[in-house]
Design a protein around this ligand. Structure first.
Ligand code: TK8
Length: 351
């Protein structure tokens, strides 16, 4: 082929090849899939908000409330596409997607976030809170903010805390009422080293696992049990594969409302205020329905045939004693001053 013809052919082909590579390679949204500013100035944006739990779960209800508020307050300029039940992946995968600017919002438990902000592990200590109002006071106070302030360096912005709730143990082997009853149980835990080490200290055999894999692991008996709040146990039908429910209430897990910093930094001050206020307002609503649902779920799970047992205060104290070395170890790792501050905040909230 004549040299000039070859060069002309290359000159024609390369730009379109480059456009293809750049187009599919980036995959990144530029702050939602922003459209040119529609009339009225503000940009139109379509953003992806994904969570791990079902639409009927209080977390799903809270996200729909958030969507409703944001779309109303922006006159539809910001459209929130909602994805439930880990359609976009589990907590850790969606959190990574936010860091990369591939997704705009997710609301994970704080436990799997310890790989990003290790200090969130203090909320995995057992029996820290006696009731949800104490948790609200600590999370919405200076300590909760101190931890939110650690997120931007990791490409994340935290707009506040919602409620996952008090965790209870289910399993397919036996009632668990004492520290000894945990011995030998294969228990699924969140991807969190405090939970892993605490269950090991009780003689259990813990396996860290993403939430969306839990039902099939229970059904196939890969694991004997798991632990989650009552609303989650019911919403994910764990009662169908877990005969025993033990009301351990061993840990209160918060959700943290996360926004991709790549997206957040593209927003105007007005857009940021709308998002922040909506996360707080929807969070208040979500906490309320979470507490109502947990009450209803206990009765419903009993009616569905789960064998429910309480755990006495004396036995909870023995459980706490058995895992004390684990808590002491992680208090050093997370910062003893921070742990001290948490217990002081709890004491203040109790008064
Ligand atoms: C849902 C999870 C879940 C958590 C777990 O995304 O993994 O057990 O309690 O609810 O965050």
């Amino acid at each position: 082929m004549k040299k000039w013809v070859k060069n002309a052919a290359i000159a024609l082909v390369i730009p379109s090849l480059l456009a293809t590579v750049v187009g599919c390679g980036s995959g990144k949204t530029d702050g939602g899939s922003a459209q040119p500013a529609a009339s009225g100035g503000a940009k139109e944006r379509v953003i992806k908000a994904g969570i791990g739990l079902n639409e009927d779960h209080p977390q799903g209800q809270g996200l729909k409330k958030f969507k409703e508020i944001v779309e109303a307050k922006t006159g539809g300029k910001i459209k929130v596409q909602t994805y439930f039940a880990a359609q976009l992946g589990d907590d850790q995968k969606m959190t990574e997607a936010l860091k990369g600017g591939l997704q705009e919002i997710t609301i994970p438990s704080t436990s799997p976030l310890v790989g990003t902000v290790k200090e969130y592990g203090i909320f995995d200590f057992p029996f820290v809170f006696n009731d949800p109002k104490e948790a609200d006071a600590v999370l919405d106070g200076p300590l909760g903010k101190k931890l939110l302030d650690k997120l931007p360096q990791h490409g994340l912005v935290g707009l506040g805390y919602w409620e996952n709730g008090f965790r209870n143990l289910t399993n397919s082997k036996r009632p668990v009422a004492t520290a000894d009853d945990f011995k030998g149980l294969k228990i699924r835990t969140m991807q969190n080293k405090v939970h892993l080490d605490a269950f090991k200290a009780l003689g259990a055999n813990p396996t860290p696992m993403a939430f969306s894999e839990v039902f099939s692991a229970l059904e196939s008996k890969t694991v004997d049990g798991q632990e989650n709040p009552l609303a989650t146990i019911e919403s994910n039908k764990f009662n169908e594969v877990q005969p025993y429910l033990s009301l351990t209430n061993h840990v209160y897990t918060p959700f943290v409302f996360l926004v991709s910093k790549k997206f957040w930094d593209q927003l105007s001050a007005d857009e940021k205020k709308i998002m922040q206020d909506a996360a707080v307002e929807a969070g208040k609503y979500q906490r309320e329905i979470s507490r109502q649902q947990n009450g209803k779920s206990l009765e419903s799970l009993k009616a569905k045939g789960m064998k429910v047992n309480e755990v006495s205060a004396a036995d909870k104290a023995k459980i706490q004693e058995a895992i004390k070395p684990v808590i002491d170890k992680y208090a050093k790792e997370f910062g003893e001053d921070l742990v001290k501050e948490m217990y002081e905040e709890v004491k203040k909230a109790r008064k």
